[in-house]
Design a protein around this ligand. Sequence first.
Ligand SMILES: [Zn+2]
Length: 123
Amino acid sequence: MHWYDAKGDAAARLRQRKHALLQRLQIPANALPGSLALTHRRCGQPNCHCAQDEGHPLWSLTFMVEGKKHVEWIPDEWVEQIRPLVQQGRDFKDALSEIFAANAQLLALRRRQTVPRRRKKKR
Ligand SMILES: [Zn+2]
């Protein structure tokens, strides 16, 4: 008996979900971490239109490397290429987290189905 051999419908559903995730899981080799955001900046030229409005649109990718936050400005013409790669990265991480969470839930279910021996022998 293994820890992942929990019995019951909940365990069966967890295993089914886990297998479905594993089946379609492929490492997206060009995926990007972090999040893409649009901000606006004024260039500082008094005669530029941006002095009157919210500023020039500026895209950035914010991501963590070894615990440090990085912000990289992204040229407008790159945004449509970058966006799906960021989404792929997020989807992949979510799927991995869900698989590991399913494992932990299976362990918890199995643990609860295991009656400690000491208790069993009690009168
Ligand atoms: Zn300007």
